[in-house]
Design a protein around this ligand. Structure first.
Ligand code: NAD
Length: 498
């Protein structure tokens, strides 16, 4: 048996390079400024990260524009782009341990999941779009015989990608895969809370043979590098994932600049609806716990509103309460840890503030609710379940983005649908019923981009991901994501009679 990896030792030997990457070259910010990045695991200093600003964004966009205009990437046959991107995906997998460790130290998720989920998912996403790009055909319109109308998809040009910290590599890959496969050049602005893997992904792209300038990274703060990118007059589209608050700004930036396309993937408050005709309540409770406490609850699609028929609410709450302690917060570098650290002290305060709000508004705190592991120097909160929650309470309306869920009783099917849809968000939902008609009926009535029936875990790059209402617009993943990063062009050709 191979010796178990000691991730603490590996972490101590890891190199952190927080510099900008433009045109394949690492460099400091134009201002010379940087900021210190600490790990949420134990507060250790990871290193200095370049504080990218408008001048750096200008350089990155100029590099991306030059790469696009001279055709070094967009001009390559799709089969060649495919080959180079597949090589890139292989390099990501080959660097699995390093990337997983960077991700875990940067934002606090357990190493076992960085290894098993984040790195392979990012690589699979890049490989999937690579494989797709020489298999999607354009169209010929059914016009009269005197003309030919060709409808082709063309890359947009320069795409700005602005991503959050909860799944830094996966969220970046969801933009990079379709945007780069389609022939665009990209400037990526990672979150200031999780910048490290982005620059490594870009270095690996260059090593794989993707030309310098096609994929540039400018780390920095949202209101500096992010704003400069979203306001830039030479950026054709923004692929944004983050909070609804920042998503609103993206639309404003577009309106104030060049009307660039804006695709927002935003927050969620997903409803998990359990009817009294569903027999296996234990499986439903296990699924809530597994999905809700995964990634410390820092998931846009976390099932954070559990709507349960009143007649089974107590039984279901007891089952969920029994599952919850199976996710004790622990050291993310230990292989068995299920629940890691929250991303930073601000997020810790936010989550604890919501727990207090739940108490203040009269919800019943069933299990959890406390900050733990303070001695570690990191930011840990117990997995937490509230019961007897009303849909109007703050903990039922606002995205907490931590390991806190709320059980809300309902009286009948009509009320379940009304409560589930009574949210400004519409990212995901789930219905649990052994009545096939009810399951389909409710699935159709739920206003969400993805609806699960009797499960919550299925996910694949082959299906679109995105939300209704204030959860965003456009879709990541699947072939539909090409819509975001391509323009449709019609070319009319006259055909003269003989
Ligand atoms: P955030 O909106 O604070 O930040 C996201 C990104 O935007 C970061 O890179 C940040 O630096 C940048 N940014 C912040 N302010 C900016 C500004 N004024 N101008 C330009 N850029 C700015 O979000 P977050 O806290 O990093 O991420 C959590 C949010 O992301 C949650 O709401 C979560 O639901 C959402 N999310 C959505 C999806 C999805 O696919 N729908 C997936 C993951 C996360």
């Amino acid at each position: 048996m191979p010796a178990a990896v000691n991730w603490h030792d590996r972490a101590a030997a890891l190199a952190f390079d927080g510099r900008i990457l433009i045109n394949g070259q690492r460099r400091s910010s134009a201002s010379g400024e940087s900021f210190d990045k600490h790990s949420p695991i134990d507060g250790r200093l990871l290193g200095a990260v370049a504080r990218g600003g408008a001048a750096d964004v200008d350089d990155a966009v100029a590099s991306a524009r030059a790469a696009f205009d001279d055709g070094r990437w967009a001009g390559k046959p799709p089969a060649v782009r495919k080959r180079l991107m597949l090589r890139w995906a292989d390099k990501i997998l080959a660097a699995k341990d390093e990337l997983a460790l960077l991700e875990t130290l940067d934002m606090g998720k357990p190493i076992q999941y960085s290894l098993a989920v984040d790195v392979p998912s990012a690589a699979r996403c890049i490989a999937w779009y690579a494989e797709a790009v020489d298999k999607v055909y354009d169209e010929i319109a059914p016009t009269g015989s005197n003309a030919l109308a060709l409808i082709v998809r063309e890359p947009m040009g320069v795409v700005g990608a602005i991503v959050p910290w909860n799944y830094p590599m996966i969220m970046a890959a969801w933009k990079l895969g379709p945007a780069i496969a389609a022939g665009n050049s990209v400037v990526l602005k990672p979150s200031e809370k999780s910048p490290y893997t982005a620059m490594r992904l870009a270095e690996l792209a260059v090593e794989a043979g993707i030309p310098p300038g096609v994929f540039n990274v400018v780390p920095g703060y949202g209101h500096e590098a992010g704003e400069a990118l979203a306001l830039h007059m030479d950026v054709d589209a923004i692929g944004f994932t983050g909070s609804t608050r920042t998503g609103r700004r993206m639309l404003e930036y577009s309106g104030r600049s060049n009307l660039k396309r804006v695709y927002n993937e935003l927050g969620g408050k997903s409803a998990f609806v359990v009817f009294d005709d569903f027999a296996d309540l234990g499986r439903a409770a296990r699924t809530v716990a597994g999905s809700m406490f995964f990634n410390q609850g820092e998931s846009c699609n976390a099932p954070s509103r559990i709507l349960v028929h009143g007649s089974i609410a107590d039984e279901f709450t007891a089952l969920l309460a029994a599952e919850t302690p199976k996710y004790p917060p622990g050291d993310p570098l230990e292989p068995g840890t299920e629940l890691g650290a929250l991303v930073d002290e601000t997020q810790l305060r936010t989550v604890l503030g919501y727990i207090q709000a739940g108490r203040d508004e009269g919800a019943q705190l069933v299990v959890g609710g406390r900050q733990v592991r303070q001695d570690s120097g990191g930011f840990y909160v117990e997995p937490t379940v509230f019961a007897g929650v009303a849909n109007g309470m703050k903990i039922a309306r606002e995205e907490i983005f931590g390991p806190v869920t709320a059980v809300i009783p309902f009286a009948d099917e009509a009320e379940a649908i009304r409560l589930a849809n009574n949210s400004s968000y519409g990212l995901q939902a789930s219905v649990w019923s052994d009545n096939i008609n009810r399951a389909h009926r409710v699935a159709r009535a739920l206003r969400a981009g993805t609806v699960h029936v009797n499960q919550y875990d299925e996910d694949d790059i082959t299906v679109p991901f995105g939300g209704y209402k204030q959860s965003g617009n456009g879709r990541d993943k699947s072939l539909h994501a090409f819509d975001k990063y391509t323009e449709l062009k019609t070319t009319w050709v006259r055909i003269d009679k003989a």
